[in-house]
Design a protein around this ligand. Sequence first.
Ligand code: PMP
Length: 345
Amino acid sequence: MAPTTSGPPRAYNDVLEAIGNTPLIRLNRLTEGLQKSSVWVKLERCNPGGSIKDRIGLQMVLDAEAKGLLKPGGVIVEATSGNTGIGLAIVAAQRGYRCIFTIPDKMSDEKITLLKAIGAEVHVCPTAVEKEDPRSYYEVAARLASEIPGAWYPDQYSHLANPLAHLLSTGPEIWQQTEGCLTHFVATMGTGGTITGTARALKELAEADGSEPPRIVGVDAVGSILKQWFEEGTMGEPHTYKVEGFGEDFIPPATDFSLIDEVHQVDDGTCFRWARALARREGMFCGGSCGGAVKVALDLAERADAAGEAAMIVVILPDAGNPYLSKFYNDEWLVENGWDPQDWE
Ligand code: PMP
């Protein structure tokens, strides 16, 4: 596919206009050896808040304003693993709202410092408790929202504006950037908003075009219950893991599993190893969920290639590497946690 470099550089009236329209970039070095297939990554770290979650932060606030749920001077309260908080905080900064976020204690200090830097108040809650436990970051957010006058609790896990943001922006952008030629779409699953909204857009656009829709591939974390739920309709026993932002210990209502064709699981080491490889071999400094998603895409590309198929695989890279500098980008942290980065060279 010929790269599109046409179009004048844009100027924006405010930071919110700069959300979305992220680049789609072909991998070259990690895909050496592939004959016919290609892997393309959508670099969501190029959003102003540094992650894909800017898209839903804006969409959820627009929805709340339209419904009168968020009034001038109002307070946004949300349970967030960090990126949604940043997305909401940049919208709040621009629109004059106050933000209060609850965050699990496994999240990096950089994410917490960053949320505070954009003006949010942050409550750190224990990770290793049930969702229903009054100390969990979901329950603390719900309690604060009920106690604070004028508070609005978007709840990204069930809010329809979450998948809607991707139906309206991420999906159509990918369709345009690939000229409808993609064969697979790969995304990690947390709330499921990204995979649900993007898959629906791609399927609708393919149908309107009379072409075969791309195969929709979800990526789950080892320790999460989503893959087993998708394949067997049963709830497994979740356990904690270190990679941030995807996999869940409950079924998020924002996910429409009927749009997904297959789900793969990746463990912490795979995510960290391939995120580091993306940085060192492709120059893309991204988070751990990006590493897991890229590894699944590379495996798919190898299988397609071996079968003589020309797969064009598009992968979402949700965020940047900066929040993880003190974690898996730090060799000492890796060794302390049982990995030897030299094994990955
Ligand atoms: N990776 C990271 C780093 C994230 O912050 C998120 C959002 N929780 C995801 C992946 C998964 O995206 P979604 O919630 O849309 O499924």
